[in-house]
Design a protein around this ligand. Sequence first.
Ligand SMILES: Cc1cc2nc3c(=O)[nH]c(=O)nc-3n(C[C@H](O)[C@H](O)[C@H](O)COP(=O)(O)OP(=O)(O)OC[C@H]3O[C@@H](n4cnc5c(N)ncnc54)[C@H](O)[C@@H]3O)c2cc1C
Ligand code: FES
Length: 503
Amino acid sequence: MDTISPHSYWWSDAFLQEAPTYAPLDQESRADVAIIGAGITGLTAAAHLKASGRRVVVLEAGRVGAGTTGGSTGHLEVHPDPGFRALLRDLGESGARQVTEARRQAIAQIRAWSSDASGCDFVPVPAFFYAETEDDVSLVEEEHDAARRAGVEARLVADVPLPFPCAAGLRLENQARVQITPYLRLLAALVHGDGSRVHEYSRVIQPPTEGAPCTVATARGRVVADDVIVATHSGFFGISHLDLRVAPYQSYVVAVEIADEVDDALFWDTASPYHYTRLSSSASPGTLLVGGADHKTGQGDGPSHLAALEEYVAQRFRVPRVTHRWSAELFEPADALPLIGRMPLSNHLYVASGFSGSGLTWGTAAARIISDLIAGRPNATAAWVSPSRWKPVAAASNFVQENFNIAKRFVLDRLAAHALDRMEDVPAGEGRLVRSKDRLLAAYRDPAGAVHVRSAVCPHAGCIVQWNGAERTWDCPCHGGRFAPRGERIYGPPADDLHPAPS
Ligand SMILES: Cc1cc2nc3c(=O)[nH]c(=O)nc-3n(C[C@H](O)[C@H](O)[C@H](O)COP(=O)(O)OP(=O)(O)OC[C@H]3O[C@@H](n4cnc5c(N)ncnc54)[C@H](O)[C@@H]3O)c2cc1C
Ligand code: FES
C-alpha cells in the first residue's frame, strides 16, 4: 500500500507551492478578538465578529483550511454522529430540536455566504442513512422516529439510490454539499481588510495568556486582544480537562472514479465506524468521495485501514480507480455534543472542539455561539454545549478512564512488540521507536539514509508517540498530537515540536 498523498481532493500541488495569500504576523498588533486557527470555525467566527464591528486577527499555522476542514468531505447535514436517538436520550425532545435547529441554521449560513462565489458549488441535496443488512433495519427505523421527534423532515424509503443492494433507508430532505476550500478562501477574503487581518504561516507557539488584555504569541509577533478564540479543533491550553473530554480519531477518504451513476445526494451507513459517500462536484459526476475506516489516532495501522476502505469501495462500485487518498483527524466528545463556549474559570478564552464527523455544521454553529457570547447576545444553544455543562462532566469520567487505559495499554503492547534496539534497523523512508539506555527515541531515516532522532515523549503530557506508516507522521495515542517525521508539530494539543533526543 502506498502512503497517503499529503493533500486531499481539494488541494492541488500548485496551490501548496504558491506563496501565502496572507502574510505571516511579524509585529505586535492590537485586536478586539484574536482567533487561533483558520478552519471553518475560526474563519466563520471572524466573519461574524467583523460584521458586528470588531477588529479581528486570525493566526493560522499553515495555509487557510490546512487543518481538518481542508481534509473533510463537505457533507452538510443535521444528522448527529451518535444518532437522533442518542440526542433525544441525552437532551429530551426540546433540547434535540434546539441543537438540530442550530445546525440547520448553519447550513443556511453557509448557503447565504457561498452563493456569492460560484467555486463553492453549494448544492442542496437529500441525505440517506442506510442499512445493507436486515440485521440493521431496526437502526434505520428507530432513527426515522427519532429524527421526526427532533423536528427533521424524514421518511423511510424502499430504494436507496446506490448501485448495490440496501435493506432499508432513511431520507432526510434539505441537506447540502459544498466545495470546502473555495468556501474557506471566500471567508478569509471577507475577513481580511478594514482593520481586520488573516495571517498564514503564523503558528501560535504557546497557549494564550488570559488577562486584561489577553496575549497570543507567534515566533515573530504578538497579538494583544480583549478576547481569544482557540479554534484549533482540539484544546490548546497546556494540559487541560478539555483534552480528557474529547478523543482523537483518524478518518480515511478516497476519491474514486467509477463506471456507475450515483444520485447527487449524501449517504452514510449503519456500520461502526460508518462509511460516508457523495459526488465530488457538479463538474465531475463520475467521481465519488468515500470515507470511513476510522481508528483512534496513534492506535491503528494506517495502511490496513486505508486498504479496508478501498476494499469496501471495490466491492460496491464498478471499475473503481482511486485518484486521491487522504486522512484527517476528528475529535469525538464524551457525550452526544461538542464543547463550545467560554473555558471554565475563564472570562476571555473561548474554545470549540469535539465535533465528531459533523464539524462543518457544528463549527459554523460554534462560530455563531461564541460570537454571541462575546457580544453578550442570548444564544439558545450555548447552554447545551457549554464546556462548563455539568452532566457531561460526570458522563465523561468513564470515557476519560477508558481512553486513557486504552492509550496506555496500546503503547505498552506496541513497545513490547516493535521498539528496536539498534538505529541501523530503521528502514529508509520510515520511522521507528528505538530504545537507548532507559529512553525511547523517535528515529526517522530519510530516503537518502540519514537518521533524524528526537525524543519519543510527546511534549504535551508525556505519552509515547507512534509511527504512522500511511501518512509518515508521529502520532500521539493520548490526545491526538501529530508530528512530522523530523518532529515538527503538525496538529493537536501540543504547543511544541518533539524535543531533541536526550544526550
Ligand atoms: C476525513 C474527515 C472528513 C470529514 N467530513 C466532514 C463532512 O463531510 N461534514 C462535516 O460536517 N464534518 C466533517 N468532518 C469533520 C470536520 O471536518 C471538522 O470537525 C471541522 O472541519 C473542524 O473545523 P475547525 O475549524 O474547528 O478545525 P480545523 O479545520 O482543523 O482548523 C483548525 C486550524 O487551526 C490551525 N492551528 C492549529 N494549531 C495552531 C496554532 N498553534 N497556531 C495557529 N494555528 C493553529 C490548524 O492549522 C487548522 O488550520 C470530517 C472530518 C474528517 C477527519
Ligand atoms: S497529545 Fe497529549 S500527550 Fe500527546
